[in-house]
Design a protein around this ligand. Structure first.
Ligand SMILES: Cc1cc2nc3c(=O)[nH]c(=O)nc-3n(C[C@H](O)[C@H](O)[C@H](O)COP(=O)(O)OP(=O)(O)OC[C@H]3O[C@@H](n4cnc5c(N)ncnc54)[C@H](O)[C@@H]3O)c2cc1C
Length: 587
């Protein structure tokens, strides 16, 4: 079974150099958190997730979840580990202290989530979705709903789900048809069949709280007619204990390419009792709180699986002896071959770039929610909005790519399940699909996020990247390559951004969306690594880990940043060439 060693040093370095965690814990909401507590928490999390949680990864993949007698059964090995996770409080890190949570910043919650997700992606989806549901109820739930559900969800005594998708309503959520009819007592009767509900049923807790989108009878068509409901698996007694079973049935679970331990359920709601969140027809707005948090967490899945695949491949490459390196008379470990080295460096550099992008995005969320200064809050919210689709799509695409490179590093053994690399690849493959496909993320970036503030938000972000030029120039020869390639990539992205802003052909902008997202993500990765190289430079002579940070930024700048230029023509090519072939000649 592949080992997992949590990359605590890189997480800490990223928290310091990119997220500026010191300024986050100085925010009034986090006065009870100090830097020593953070160090202790990260090292204890590293121990827990590597020693206790990670050993469930392979067995979860092999046994998977099963549907027996109408209920989902998890592998036996999961139950004691779940209890330890809950008892140790790892699911309550960011929850509100008012409801028993530890009230830590989301940035630190992300560090814990990273380790949990690397340790077992499929298992981590249960606390992940519960956490996103907590964010939704905290922000939009009535006092009554918060009092009934938040403490139990934060403690993980109960878990939560996100219930949007129907067979005819996937990317187009507005097409959903589940019904909600108001009852005389103020509750609603919810009916309809929902598909693909992650952890929609299981045997780890004594209640599951579904957050369900449905339509009231006279609701307008599309997303403007969607309402949001809390639908518990077991209805609560007056004193809040689970009692009568609600009419939600688990019809089946899917057999999937990966994340076998995560039950993906078809749920039938048949006049199930639900309680409205907020007002009728505003459900999509509330659900976006949950979805935006989950999008960052899914981006994190790309990083987490990449980290695991990278560690595994590097270990293998040090041991596997094959051929002779140039100029050597001895047989060599494959890590000495330039092509294997290129693969490992690509894995390392991309993984560290993803980490920086994600921690920056979540730090912006902390500032957006907790900064005292109104302008700072608004600017942080805009940054978060811009970075969310990039973090989700770029990191998950890289996650799949890096897991695939991991298979390649192992050669034939990469294709053999026993070695472990194949599971990372299979598990990673869902991440560009769920929580809004990456194609939908690209449309969000180009059609909604670039126009924010008449282009001011993207302009500010690109100017921030430009402002690194001076410090990089001061960095001398060691950073000259980074400076040159970052500057060139920035110019190309600026040109593409201007082209998109000037185009009044929506079809053409949509056609360029995916390559644009990739170029912006690639540029952002180079920017963050350049910042880290600057921070590491002064210690590079005395500390090989810091020297590696500088060298990694250089590798990324020379080998990966130039990809930006190759993407430019397809951003600005328009859509005609995509439709030049009749449908009948496709397929
Ligand atoms: C394992 C798993 C777990 C899931 N968990 C959950 C969950 O917990 N809760 C939940 O509600 N849902 C969940 N989903 C559903 C998931 O979010 C959807 O599968 C996803 O949003 C895509 O919808 P779809 O499958 O209907 O694909 P479609 O919407 O049919 O998309 C097919 C392809 O067409 C593209 N496409 C569609 N519309 C457009 C457009 N307008 N412009 C450009 N391209 C477009 C898509 O990008 C995609 O490539 C899960 C799915 C899976 C497989």
């Amino acid at each position: 079974m592949p080992n997992y060693t949590p990359p605590v040093r890189d997480i800490t370095f990223t928290l310091d150099t990119i997220a500026d965690v010191e300024s986050i814990v100085a925010l009034p909401d986090f006065e009870h958190v100090d830097l020593d507590t953070i160090d202790g928490m990260l090292s204890e999390a590293a121990r827990f997730f590597s020693e206790v949680f990670a050993p469930t990864n392979e067995v979860g993949d092999e046994k998977g979840a099963a549907l027996e007698n109408g209920g989902v059964v998890t592998p036996d090995e999961f139950k004691p580990v779940w209890q330890k996770l809950v008892d140790a409080g790892w699911t309550a890190v960011t929850g509100s202290p008012e409801y028993g949570g530890h009230g830590f910043p989301r940035t630190l919650g992300l560090a814990v989530s990273e380790m949990m997700t690397s340790a077992n992606l499929a298992f981590s989806l249960n606390p992940m979705l519960t956490g996103s549901g907590i964010a939704l109820l905290t922000r939009h739930g009535s006092d009554e709903l918060r009092d009934q559900y938040l403490a139990k969800l934060i403690s993980s005594e109960w878990t939560g789900t996100m219930v949007l998708t129907e067979s005819e309503a996937g990317s187009d959520v507005g097409a959903l048809r589940a019904k909600a009819v108001l009852n005389p007592d103020g509750s609603y009767s919810i009916s309809g069949t929902k598909i693909f509900v992650t952890w929609g049923d299981h045997d780890l807790t004594d209640n599951i709280i579904h957050l369900v989108l449905a339509r009231t009878p006279d609701a307008p068509a599309g997303t403007r007619g969607i309402s949001l409901f809390v639908v518990p698996k077991f209805l609560l007694t007056e004193d809040g204990a689970p009692s009568k079973r609600n009419s939600v049935e688990t019809v089946s679970i899917e057999h999937k390419l990966g994340i076998h331990a995560s039950p993906t359920c078809v749920l039938a709601f048949d006049d199930a009792t639900g309680y409205i969140v907020g007002e009728e027809n505003k459900g999509m707005r509330y659900m976006f709180t949950m979805m935006n948090q989950a999008r960052l967490e899914v981006g994190l899945e790309g990083l987490s699986v990449a980290e695991r695949a990278y560690q595994h491949a590097a270990e293998y490459a040090k041991d596997r002896v094959q051929g002779r390196a140039a100029g050597s008379d001895e047989l060599s470990p494959i890590i000495d071959h330039p092509d294997v080295r290129r693969m490992l460096m690509t894995m390392k550099a991309s993984t560290e770039a993803m980490r920086a992008l994600l921690y920056d995005a979540v730090a912006a969320e902390d500032r957006h929610l907790s900064a005292q200064d109104e302008l700072e809050r608004i600017a942080a919210g805009d940054r978060l909005a811009l970075l969310t689709p990039i973090a989700k799509a770029w990191c998950t695409d890289r996650g799949v790519e890096i897991a695939s490179i991991g298979v390649q590093v192992l050669g034939g053994m990469g294709f053999v399940e026993e070695a472990g690399a194949a599971q990372f690849y299979r598990d990673a493959r869902i991440t560009p699909i769920y929580e809004g496909t990456n194609g939908i993320q690209a449309l969000d970036l180009v059609m909604r996020k670039l126009p924010m503030g008449d282009g001011a938000v993207i302009t500010a972000y690109l100017s921030e990247i430009e402002s690194l030029d001076g410090p990089l120039a001061d960095g001398g020869d060691a950073l000259a390559g980074v400076r040159e390639h970052l500057g060139a990539a920035l110019r190309t992205v600026r040109d593409a951004t201007s082209w998109l802003a000037a185009s009044n052909d929506p079809q053409a902008r949509m056609a360029g969306a995916t390559p644009y997202l990739e170029m912006l993500g690639t540029l952002a990765g180079g920017y963050y690594l350049a910042r880290q190289a600057l921070a590491a430079q002064s210690e590079a002579d005395s500390d090989s880990w810091m020297a590696a940070k500088v060298a990694t930024a250089h590798f990324y700048a020379v080998n990966l940043l130039p990809k930006v230029h190759g993407l430019a023509p397809s951003v600005t090519a328009g859509s005609e060439h995509l439709f030049a072939i009749e449908d009948t000649n496709l397929g």
